[in-house]
Design a protein around this ligand. Structure first.
Ligand code: PLP
Length: 302
């Protein structure tokens, strides 16, 4: 790197107006131990920073940039659509086509609701699961990330089979207490939680391949067992495929392992770099969403 003068200038300006100089915490490079560089442009696998340094990009926007940056067909499509308008507060043909495409790639995705982030997909999934089962509690796995909604910012205490402690300021302990934390690849901890709170657990939410604590593969067959345990206890299985979906295969990695999730969360790649997420599943659950059913969910730019 020849110089980082302009990045440093931008960092100082950003620090004045933006908390921590960034709009998402990992970009602050706390774990890197340096001030972040500011990116000017990207093309294919190459990034150019504000000082003109070139980098080979291994971050890929944390997942969405699977085609690389600024692929000519993508930029052309965006330019053409921008001339037709960006959003209308009314439905469009392109939404229908995207829902049909997702549905054609993922068998359990009979119906799809498009949102603007993985976080939103997660909070809608939990609301749907609670409405579908009439229950309150959720089992998540220590180390899995499901966005920054209150009930998902929870980790295990010292033991794995504990009720959740909030992992962030501003999360009421009453909300965190409804999130129960199991250990990834430990079916026993899941069974223990079901025994501890029978008839209370609405859903088990899991990354079918964990990707937010390094990459951790599920033990062979464990996802299937997880689905069976959830169903035997009257709970749903929510597969968070925000990062694995359309990346490890075209569609759902859970389905490729022979598991049909009750709800699936998508994000990152389905937006190709733009803010898009989705929640999908069988019609009988998805039709609980407003305006058909009683579960409210909405978005000006969805
Ligand atoms: C990135 C990610 C999310 C959150 O998506 P955002 O669009 O950042 O809100 C949720 N779940 C998983 C597995 C993710 O990797």
């Amino acid at each position: 790197m020849t110089s980082r003068k302009k990045s440093d200038e931008l960092f100082h300006r950003a620090s004045v107006k933006i908390p921590g100089a960034v709009n998402s915490p990992v970009r602050a490079w706390k774990a890197v131990g340096a001030a972040p560089i500011f990116i000017e442009s990207g093309s294919g696998a190459t990034l150019i920073d504000a000082d003109g340094n070139a980098f080979l990009d291994y971050v890929c926007s944390y997942g969405p940039a699977i085609l690389g940056h600024a692929h000519p067909r993508v930029t052309q499509a965006i330019a053409e659509q921008s001339r037709l308008g960006l959003g209308f507060g009314a439905p469009t043909r392109l939404e229908v086509e995207l829902a049909e495409l997702i549905s054609s790639a993922i068998e359990c995705a009979q119906k799809v609701r498009l949102v603007t982030s993985g976080t939103e997909a997660g909070l809608t999934a939990l609301r749907l699961a609670r409405a579908a089962t009439g229950r309150t509690n959720i089992i998540k796995f220590d180390g899995c990330y499901h966005g920054h909604s209150d009930s998902m910012l929870v980790r295990a205490g010292s033991g794995a089979m504990t009720f959740g402690q909030p992992d962030s300021g501003g999360v009421p302990s009453a909300v965190a207490a409804m999130t129960m934390v199991a250990r990834y690849n430990s079916i026993e901890t899941v069974e223990g939680l079901f025994r501890a709170a029978p008839e209370k657990i609405a859903a088990v939410i899991v990354e079918p391949v964990a990707a937010n604590m390094g990459v951790v593969n599920p033990d062979p067959g464990s996802l299937k067992v997880l689905a069976e345990i959830a169903h035997a206890n009257g709970a749903l299985l929510i597969c968070d495929e925000v990062i694995s979906g359309f990346r490890l295969c075209f569609g759902s990695i859970a389905e490729s392992m022979g598991v049909a999730p009750d709800l699936i969360m998508l994000g990152k790649i389905i937006g190709g770099g733009m803010p898009v997420g989705a929640i999908a599943g069988p019609a009988k659950i998805m039709d609980l969403l407003a305006p058909v059913g009683p579960v409210y969910q909405a978005g000006t730019l969805s």
